[in-house]
Structure formats: C-alpha cells, structure tokens
Design a protein around this ligand. Structure first.
Ligand code: FMN
Ligand code: SF4
Ligand code: SF4
Length: 436
C-alpha cells in the first residue's frame, strides 16, 4: 500500500492533507474533531496581536456561486482573522498539540508590519509547542485596509523584511502564505525565499464581489444594504491556484522551495494535481466547510488507491512530476494535430456541439444527414480546438484523436510531420523573420 506520510520542511504528518487557516481551525473543539476524522495537520485560524479581539460583522459574511445542481462552486467571505482572544487560542493550541503529537500544528499569524509586533508574538506561539508558523500575507479584506494581510503580501520588500524578522526570532519553520491578488506571483515568492522563509503556501482568497442584490442594489453579502469586497475561494479558484503553484515551482529562482498548495481542493484528484505541479502537501478550507471533516477519508483513500494503481510508492514519486511539462506557449509542438471524433452510439443528439462549433468555432460539425438529426465532425474544417468536447453533456462521447505522422490532414491538405516544431522556428514568427 502506498505510503502517504508527509514531511514538509521537517514537519511530519500522517498524510499530506492539512486544514487551511479558516473557521474549521478556529478552536480546539473543531481541530480535535478534525484530527479524529483523519486530517494530517492544521493551520490554526490566524492569530492577531494581544489586546482587544478583532470584531466581525454580525450579519451574513458569506456569498456563493452554485452549479445547476446547486453544488457550491465558489465561496466568498468577509470574515476577518480570529475574533477570539490571543490567550484562549494559545492555550487551546498547546493542549491540542499535546493531545495529537503526530499531527502537524501550524499557527497562522498576522500582526502589524513592525518588528516589535512580530518579536512579541513569536515566543508566545513557540511556547505552545507548535510545529511551525504561517505568515498570513494574504487576507484581501478588512485587515488589508489596516496595513496587514494582502497589503503586505503585495509588496515583495515587506515580505522579505518580515520573513527575515521571523527567521531571526524563532526556531519554528516559517511558511509565507501568499496572496493571489498580484500580477506576478513569482516576485512575492522570490522575496520570501530571499528573506529566508522555509516555504510558501498559496493561494489565499481572491478579492471579489460575488453578486449584487438587484432589488436593493446592494453587493452581497449585504450588511444593512451595503456590501464590501471579500475573499473568493472554493473549486472555482483551483485553476488560478494551480497556475501560481506551477509558476513558483518552475521559476529558476524559487525552484525546489517547498510549496503548500491551497485553493479549491475538494477531491484526492485535486490534491494529486497540486502535488504533481510542485506542492509538497495541500491545505483545504472550502471543501471541509461544505462537506464536513470526514471528506479527508475519501481524499486519503483516493490518493493512496491511485498511487497503488500507478505504482507510486511514496509522495516523492508524485511531487513535481508535472513541472517539467509546464512550458511557455511558444514551445508547444505545432506539428501535433488532433481532430474531434463523435461516438454515434453514445450521442444523444442534443446539438450542443454543432451550435458551439457553428457559432463560435470552425463550422466543423454537421447537424443533418438525409433530413435526420445527425452530428458528425467534418475533418476538412476541424482545427482540433476541443470546444465541442467541453460543451457536450455526455462524457467521452466526443474524443480528440491525434493524427499520426504521415497521415493527411484534410484541413490543410498536408501530411502530418513527425518532427517537433514550435513557434520560435515558425516562418510566420516576426522575430524569426527579423533574425533571418
Ligand atoms: C471564511 C474564511 C475565513 C478565512 N480565514 C482565513 C484566515 O484567517 N487566515 C488565512 O490565512 N486564510 C483564511 N482563509 C483562506 C483559506 O485559508 C484558504 O486560503 C482559501 O479559502 C482557499 O482555499 P479553499 O479554496 O480550499 O477554500 C479563510 C477562508 C474562508 C472561506
Ligand atoms: S474540435 Fe473545435 S473545430 Fe473541431 S469540431 Fe470540435 S469545436 Fe469544431
Ligand atoms: S453535444 Fe455530444 S451528445 Fe450532443 S449532439 Fe454533440 S456529440 Fe451528441
């Protein structure tokens, strides 16, 4: 059976599934039950500095986007960091870590961007016996307006500076949690590395307005008729997170730096994709908030079964395996040619592929044959774009079939070449033309 034990910057956990810093990790009651359900670790809900606790709104703090089956696809929130007092949190963290020594206990922290504030809180956290800290430079609402969270995460120099302070003050591994609300994720990741951080985690939530109530014209969630931008997460953000993780994993300056992958992870498959793109482990929030702590059972079993099936013995056999296959567009093989093919036995003749291709692609799917509904790909027109596959409601009814070398591409009238050839050497490339 596959070994899914995880070692992330020296922090060991029985599996790579940690709960991200958020309501599921807000208190001992939750975390104890999460550990009982099988979570490998938690990042405790972000602590602020000592003093009067943070105040949350007293009305709705969530909004959502659903699929047609009412499955939650995206979640938006305007919650702040923990609104429980620091001493209560520290006491509970210490007790839970004592009760569960084999699980990872990471403490998320957000205090003002001043050295004294970080120096004051770090020994208190260290005293709990926690395994590591995560610096919350990601929260895009409420705290960022107070100069914390994403306000720090958007300035690489601040990230570097605070990472340095923390590394100089604590023995605990330092994980820097990055905000996706930035143009190029490589810069904050590089700054974390330069500042001496042990790892980065990403993504925190994406700045967003989820919807508008068209009766009173208030953004939602609506607090007495007004709304504020919030943080977006859940399955909808996974592609954004995957790309950012991959960008850091393949950047020459940060390659090899441990990454904790976060964003929309709901199934073992999502987790495996993050691992393949360079994450050393994963964190989950929305899926646990939607389906409860027990989803970790399916995640761990699913990952382990898949690894067994594929002959992957440990997580190291999976981690970063897809990174060398992430490339820039200009290096994609332009001699790779595929055509759509419709399986007439499984086609329910709904016509969606025809409409999509007819109206927005290449007019390459018929809709009638001998006065009867009939959907078939016209190879002479098909550019292999894959749109029809994505709109077809029947899984695997349309497949993309690559043409072998030597076969005639009926669209261009040319034989498919075996040789790999990309845009950098294409005759239409202006820079190539200029160089000649
Ligand atoms: C209600 C809520 C509160 C959150 N609070 C925090 C927080 O205090 N600190 C933090 O670093 N991230 C916080 N997050 C962000 C999550 O830890 C996570 O980065 C984000 O939700 C993306 O993961 P997901 O798609 O699995 O939810 C919060 C998310 C939600 C939904
Ligand atoms: S792959 Fe694209 S061009 Fe070809 S049939 Fe499908 S939608 Fe049309
Ligand atoms: S979308 Fe799929 S099921 Fe519908 S007509 Fe096209 S191939 Fe058939």
């Amino acid at each position: 059976m596959a070994d899914i034990r995880n070692n992330f910057v020296g922090i060991k956990s029985p599996n790579p599934f940690w709960l991200a810093s958020a309501p599921p990790t807000d208190k001992a009651y939750n975390v104890e039950r999460a550990f009982k359900a099988g979570w490998g670790g938690v990042v405790w809900k972000t602590l602020g500095e000592a003093g009067p606790p943070v105040v949350n709104v007293n009305g709705p703090r969530y909004g959502a986007i659903w699929g047609a089956d009412r499955r939650l696809l995206g979640l938006n929130n305007i919650e702040l960091i923990t609104d429980r007092d620091l001493q209560t949190n520290l006491r509970e963290i210490k007790q839970v870590k004592k009760n569960w020594p084999d699980r990872a206990m990471i403490v998320s922290i957000m205090v003002p961007c001043e050295e004294a504030s970080w120096k004051a809180i770090l020994p208190l956290v260290e005293e709990t016996g926690a395994d590591g800290i995560e610096l919350n430079f990601g929260c895009p609402h409420g705290m960022s307006e107070r100069g914390m969270g994403a306000a720090v995460g958007q300035v690489p120099e601040y990230i570097e500076m605070v990472s340095r302070w923390c590394k100089a003050t604590t023995r605990m591994p330092v994980i820097v949690k990055l905000t996706p609300n930035i143009t190029d994720i490589r810069y904050p990741a590089r700054a974390a590395k330069t500042g001496g951080a042990d790892a980065v985690s990403l993504i925190n939530t994406i700045s967003s307005i989820i919807s508008v109530d068209l009766d009173n014209f208030s953004p939602e969630p609506s607090i007495d008729g007004k709304g504020s931008h919030g943080g977006y997460c859940g399955p909808a953000v996974k592609p954004i997170a995957l790309n950012m993780v991959a960008e850091i994993a393949r950047d020459a300056e940060t390659r090899g730096m441990p990454i904790s992958g976060i964003g929309g992870i709901t199934t073992w498959r999502d987790a495996a994709e993050f691992l393949a793109l360079g994450a050393g482990n994963v964190q989950v929030c929305t899926a646990a908030m939607t389906y409860g702590f027990k989803i970790v059972e399916e995640m761990a079993a699913g990952l382990s079964n898949w690894m067994d099936e594929k002959g992957h013995k440990t997580l190291d056999d999976v981690i970063s395996r897809a990174v060398p296959n992430v490339t820039d567009w200009q290096y994609l093989n332009l001699n790779y040619i595929a055509k759509a093919k419709i399986n007439q036995d499984s086609c329910i003749q709904c016509g969606r592929c025809h409409i999509a291709c007819e109206d927005t692609s290449h007019q390459a799917i018929t809709n009638m044959l001998d006065d009867k509904r009939h959907f078939e790909v016209i190879e002479e027109e098909c550019v292999g774009c894959n749109l029809c596959v994505n709109v077809c409601p029947v899984q695997d009814c349309i497949t993309m079939e690559p043409l072998s070398a030597g076969v005639l591409d009926k669209r261009t009238g040319k034989k498919v070449l075996k040789k790999y050839s990309n845009w950098t050497e294409h005759p239409n490339n202006p820079s190539k033309v200029a160089a000649e």
